[in-house]
Unconditional design. Structure first.
Length: 192
């Protein structure tokens, strides 16, 4: 069965990202078609990216934190990114974590769940572009939670029920493409 990681993009103290990821995970865990786990970027304590050689050309990672991050992503078959919008894009923490890796993400599927004062849709589209560079296939459904209507006091996640079908559709789409892309990865491994 496919293993899909729900990745929390924000790392600041007081962040709401874990609440959103936990809610998505609760819905995902009801399904028997894939295994889901929450991955918190904060736990890896990644320093600000300063690699001399980009991951795509590197022979390995020097920092233990980066090796752990790499192994965690490598072990997953697909992803659901949970990202806030910071200054009309994704938070630096998420971009930083993504920039460390390359092949670990390739030929895998991802869904994007965003939140922000206008749903975080610009951040979601920025993330889609970055992921396409890493050869990640992002699915169509893109649930976007609004800080004014899906949170109490901008801090307690109280999602409107209207989002559930979009999240279910996203999970269906990620699982479908994850299955399809497993064949692409198998072919790539044969050709290597
Ligand atoms: C530095 C910063 C910039 C932000 N810029 C935007 C923005 O451009 N658009 C938006 O919708 N919300 C913006 N927000 C609001 C965040 O989306 C909101 O605070 C959200 O809770 C942040 O996610 P987090 O709590 O998981 O860190 C910004 C918040 C911060 C801290």
């Amino acid at each position: 069965m496919a293993n899909i990681g729900i990745i929390i993009g924000s790392t600041r103290p007081g962040r709401v990202g874990p609440q959103v990821a936990a809610w998505v995970h609760e819905l995902a865990a009801k399904r028997s078609s894939a295994n889901y786990e929450v991955i918190d970027i904060q736990e890896f304590e990644l320093p600000l990216y300063a690699e001399a050689v980009p991951a795509a050309m590197s022979q390995g990672y020097e920092l233990a934190q980066v090796r752990q991050w790499s192994e965690r992503i490598n072990a997953l078959d697909g992803f659901v990114f949970v990202t806030p919008e910071y200054n009309r894009s994704i938070p630096g923490s998420l971009k930083n974590a993504i920039d460390y890796l390359a092949g670990e993400f390739a030929n895998k599927a991802a869904g994007i769940v965003s939140y922000g004062s206008s749903g975080g849709v610009t951040a979601a589209e920025h993330l889609r572009i970055s992921l396409s560079t890493l050869q990640v296939a992002t699915v169509q459904s893109a649930p976007a939670f609004n800080l004014f209507t899906d949170f109490e006091n901008f801090s307690t996640f109280t999602p409107s029920a209207v989002h559930e079908p979009a999240v279910s559709r996203l999970l269906d789409q990620v699982e479908g493409w994850t299955h399809g892309l497993s064949h692409v990865r198998a072919l790539s491994a044969l050709a290597a």
